[in-house]
Design a protein around this ligand. Sequence first.
Ligand code: G3H
Ligand code: 13P
Ligand code: ZN
Length: 311
Amino acid sequence: MLVNLNKVLPAARKNKYAVGAFNFSNLELAQAIVQAADALGAPVVIQTSEGAIEYGGMEYLAAIGHVAAQIHEKIPVVLHLDHGRDPALVEKAIKSGWYTSVMIDVSNLAYAENVRITSRIVEMAHERGMSVESELGPILGVEDKLRSTEAAFTDPKQVKQFIADTKCDALAISVGTAHGLIKYPRGVTPKIDIARLEEIAAISSIPLVLHGASCVPHVLLERIHEKCETLNDCSRAHDAVGVPEDQIQRAIAAGISKINVDSDIRLAFTGAVRQELMTDTDITDPRKLIGPGRDAVQQMVSDRIKLFGWK
Ligand code: G3H
Ligand code: 13P
Ligand code: ZN
């Protein structure tokens, strides 16, 4: 059943679990995510980034999302636009009527500009029964040398006013995570600023969202590394470091209600497909290559939904 964020996040907030929000850009990833959620009877957010839309097309991806929600009618499924940075694209997603929720992410702009653009999007989305996630304090990535530094962390003093000014439904905050596989530079201990998060949670009247939350577990990395010597392309993966599981659990206890995961999906999928390619060079049927990727993603998503406290 397709719903918006307001149908799933308040219960998560009240009962101290987080709803998993997983990125997809093709049929197999969408299937893996909703099948994992359905097997656990869990609510789930399936989301497409601007890049995913560029790759797959909004119409194709939205159609996949709708069919997934129809087939898995017993669980609440939110079809969400992730990191809408271009207001024109966010407007297109709203007007299309396909999405049930959008994120407007102009947190890189000055506060007043962020408020101006976000509140306009909120008005437009609310008229159509859609929810809006916004971002205060940019969540960057270390891969492009734009590491989320403390200077960019969400300022608790701005939170109450931002929510009042924009009327958004969920708020993504920057508290020490980063997008991508390499979240912390070498020698830096992976850590979420829990004190800041608690302070924000005490102020915020709406559910909070944690981005850049992939754990980048060893077991997935090892699958990628296994064939490293042959492929000679794993220098980036060797530096990979994610958010430790215990930090994720502390963040949920401190007040996070939605958790975004994409990098772990990429890792799980690529590791499994790479194994197939390297172990059986006779395979030419794409289904035989991609199918194991889908299974690996389903397992990983299931692990995350449980880690996020769904029982
Ligand atoms: O938040 C970021 C997601 O990982 C999206 O990544 O823009 O490469 O699709 P992408
Ligand atoms: P990861 O790169 O940690 O998976 O974060 C994904 C994300 O925040 C998508 O919005
Ligand atoms: Zn994100």
